[in-house]
Design a protein around this ligand. Structure first.
Ligand SMILES: Nc1ncnc2c1ncn2[C@@H]1O[C@H](COP(=O)(O)OP(=O)(O)OP(=O)(O)O)[C@@H](O)[C@H]1O
Ligand SMILES: [Mg+2]
Length: 308
């Protein structure tokens, strides 16, 4: 089996060559039977890992615990095996099979830590093949296009990739830190704080950003207009920023591929680049889909793969 696993700061996206596709929030908590009431909100799935019991993703909410999210790249590397453990269980990945591949990503700006990531995962998966790729490269491969500017809009970062004649133009790659969808959720946080006097967690804010409704004191409020304005402002300023930085490239390139979950909030309609834009289907999975494609090309025959 080949599993493409895109561990983002917001969500973990999983695609396999056996046609599985799902995602969950990149958050966890350690289960403590003394402080949480197991099963209050239905059955909870505990994940035993490294001597402790964990709750992963949406499971955290079920016991009303507070979630811990990935704080930075060091933390991402450290926690990768924990999230993989949860994935492996769900997809029936064989940990003993040297022919099975885990293809995972790191943010573009953290690729110098590639070997650390690989070492950390191999500690827990010594028998499988582990491939570490730059987040965003998957989107380029998934698009099947040769001359592109790829914009991967994540929760924290916006990663930019350029490819010309099928080859990545490394000097033009860039990562805009803190320019992802969290720009909108931070605004929304302040807005809800001011208007409804509520302090909400990031996952809650992400839900509201999608539903455009807030529940306060038993009443549901429609805040569609205000949210749409926040989204429009974000979209306009991000496009402006990228258009300035990539002015030359945008003249030369064939397509602009907009992917990542943030592609749902950036709208090129009405701009002079509108007809160049390509948004992959289920854009937040595009990177993980591409990882599977890259891994099928890179994977080694099982006999050779031992100790890789
Ligand atoms: N189908 C969707 N519809 C609307 N919003 C979405 C959808 N999928 C994801 N999002 C939102 O888009 C944002 C970015 O999602 P994505 O999964 O690309 O982030 P990430 O990869 O976890 O972050 P980063 O790349 O910064 O590590 C999230 O804040 C999420 O709430
Ligand atoms: Mg991402």
């Amino acid at each position: 089996m080949i599993a493409g696993i895109d561990i983002g700061f917001g969500e973990v996206k999983v695609v396999t060559d056996t046609k599985k596709e799902f995602k969950f929030r990149s958050e966890y908590s350690i289960y403590n039977p003394k402080t949480v009431l197991k099963g209050v909100n239905g059955k909870v799935n505990l994940l035993p890992f490294d001597g402790k019991d964990y709750l992963i993703g949406q499971e955290v909410e079920k016991v009303g615990g507070s979630a811990i999210t990935i704080s930075d790249v060091d933390n991402l590397i450290e926690l990768a095996p924990l999230f993989l453990q949860s994935v492996v269980k769900k997809i029936g990945f064989d940990k003993e099979d040297p022919d099975s591949v885990l293809a995972v990503g790191l943010p573009l700006g953290a690729m110098h830590r590639k070997d650390d990531m690989k070492r950390q995962i191999r500690k827990f998966y010594p028998h499988n093949q582990v491939i570490v790729l730059a987040q965003g490269v998957g989107i380029f491969v998934d698009s099947g296009l040769k001359n592109v500017l790829v914009i991967d809009i994540g929760h924290n970062t916006v990663d930019l990739f350029v490819a010309e004649n099928g080859k990545i133009v490394t000097e033009e790659n860039d990562m805009l830190g803190d320019e992802g969808v969290k720009v909108i959720t931070n605004k929304l946080h302040k807005y809800i704080q001011g208007r409804y006097e509520m302090n909400l967690s990031t996952p809650k804010l992400q839900d509201i950003l999608r539903s455009k409704k807030v529940l306060c004191m038993g009443k549901e409020h429609d805040i569609k207009e205000d949210i749409n304005e926040m989204i429009d402002n974000y979209s306009t300023s991000l496009i402006q920023r990228i258009a300035t930085q990539y002015a030359q490239r945008l003249r030369k390139t064939e397509k602009i591929v907009v992917a990542g979950g943030g592609s749902h909030y950036v709208n090129f309609r009405g701009t002079k680049w509108a007809q160049m834009v390509h948004i992959p289907e289920k854009a937040e999975f595009s990177n993980a889909r591409g990882f599977v494609k890259i891994a099928s090309a890179l994977k080694k025959p099982a006999a050779q793969a031992k100790g890789e």
